[in-house]
Design a binder for this molecule. Structure first.
Ligand code: SF4
Ligand code: SF4
Length: 431
């Protein structure tokens, strides 16, 4: 609670602090920080590990671009490091956050030291995690089984003799898994290797993915439908993958056996382990699979239900690196609009609380779906000394608080009892 003598606070007391806290130093966080700095905002970039870069720093190539991931990242990191409006903290986590859009007071833990600061907005860009579950069949060498991420890290080793690779992309591996498999299958094929790709559904509904699929077919990657009946074993120093074509009638179906050196499978893409704790700290909810995606995905893809807090990248749901640029741009644009908004006219459009009528029951505080109400005390004219304050940046004017207030202490400008009575009388009613 904050002490406040004049109520409501004057517009100049409700200023937007033009600093953005970006949580997560992977590709999404770095791109968000770059965009925020370009918009003239100060940036605090907080990464929990000792290095910036995240998973993109570990992969060999990016989907849809010929840029080297490490070069792409290094250019961006250098631009952040040379910008004196950007502060980078590694080995840091967010411990506490209170307040509203424009004035969040956050407590960071940076390498064991606590630091408190005020920021106007928070961009969550904590990414996702990969969970590997492919069981190695009995008798097969574990070193011949690789996840997509393990393949990315070893890609540079496969430049010599021609080897055999089998990709297995299961139905539940989402579009992202298929895009990675196609990208890497084509890369290995172009390096002279023998490549098979087993799949259940060919999901290619991402930009340029169909082109890569056709190119992979043209270059000689073999596509085989069906992953359900695969039998995987090892004969001498080769893996064997046996299947029956599910599209052929039973009488005609014959077993197809492929020998290979490596089998590549897709990881499950899961929400980061710290997502739940971060959601509690920021007082936001989570969506399917525990990812941060609780608001309308199509209309407001980067918005949380709390103005001033935004989600960018794979912390929302598994996504491609090339989409992160647009998401970071949307988040920064929303922050910029808030930071330049006219506070007085914002306040004029939000619910009014009559502190003389307010009995400080906190019903509005509890029922606000946007957590937009702050509790103030020390207000002389208030019946109970304290009163809720509708924060102009955070309130979305949904009206729930006005509907719930048991003492009719909340009204909307233009819709007060007096306004409604006047309108009623204007159409011939009797008040
Ligand atoms: S109008 Fe809606 S968003 Fe605004 S304070 Fe009331 S309940 Fe919260
Ligand atoms: S619901 Fe009404 S009476 Fe209760 S705290 Fe809010 S404004 Fe005051």
């Amino acid at each position: 609670m904050n002490a406040q003598t004049n109520y409501p606070p004057a517009p100049e007391e409700v200023q937007f602090k033009p600093t953005v806290l970006v949580i997560g130093g992977g590709a999404s966080g770095i791109v968000s920080a770059v965009k925020a700095a370009e918009a003239g905002l100060s940036v605090v970039l907080l990464e929990k590990t000792a290095e910036l870069g995240g998973k993109v720093a570990q992969i060999s190539s990016l989907y849809q671009t010929d840029l080297s991931p490490s070069q792409w990242l290094n250019d961006k990191i250098k631009s952040l490091q040379s910008n004196d409006k950007v502060t980078i903290y590694t080995n840091g986590t967010l411990e506490k956050a209170k307040g509203q859009a424009g004035n969040f007071t956050v407590t960071l833990n940076v390498a064991g030291k606590k630091e408190e600061m005020v920021v106007g907005a928070i961009v969550v860009a904590t990414g996702m995690e990969l969970s590997t579950k492919m069981p190695v069949p009995e008798g097969a060498e574990a070193g011949r089984f690789m996840s997509q991420m393990e393949l990315e890290k070893k890609m540079a080793d496969f430049t010599g003799d021609s080897k055999g690779f089998v990709f297995v992309v299961k139905e539940d591996n989402f579009l992202y898994g298929m895009a990675n498999a196609l990208k890497n299958a084509l890369k290995l094929k172009n390096a002279g290797h023998n490549v098979y790709l087993f799949y259940d559904e060919m999901k290619i509904s991402e930009e340029k993915m169909e082109k890569i699929y056709h190119q992979a077919r043209k270059e000689g990657v073999y596509f085989v439908r069906g992953t359900q009946n695969l039998k995987i074993g090892q004969k001498d120093d080769q893996l064997t993958v046996t299947t029956v074509d599910p599209l052929l009638p039973v009488k005609l179906a014959k077993e197809l056996m492929i020998t290979s050196d490596y089998l590549i499978y897709n990881e499950d893409l899961v929400a980061g382990a710290d997502t739940e704790k971060l959601a509690e700290t920021l007082r936001v909810t989570r969506g399917p699979g525990g990812f941060f995606q609780e608001d309308n995905y199509h209309l407001e893809p980067v918005y949380s239900f709390r103005p001033g807090i935004y989600f960018v990248g794979a912390c929302r749901m598994p996504d491609f690196v090339h989409n992160v640029q647009e998401q970071a741009g949307s988040a920064v644009s929303a922050i910029y609009q808030l930071s330049t908004a006219d506070v007085k006219s914002l306040m004029d459009q939000k619910p009014l609380i009559d502190v003389k009528k307010c009995v400080y029951c906190l019903t509005c505080y509890r029922s606000c779906p946007r957590n937009a109400i702050e509790l103030l005390y020390g207000i002389e004219e208030a019946a109970w000394n304290g009163a809720p304050f509708v924060h102009p940046y955070a309130c979305q004017a949904c009206g729930s608080c006005a509907a719930e207030c048991p003492n009719r202490a909340i009204s909307f400008p233009g819709y007060t009892d007096e306004d409604m009575n006047k309108q009623f009388q204007g159409i011939g009613g009797k008040a």
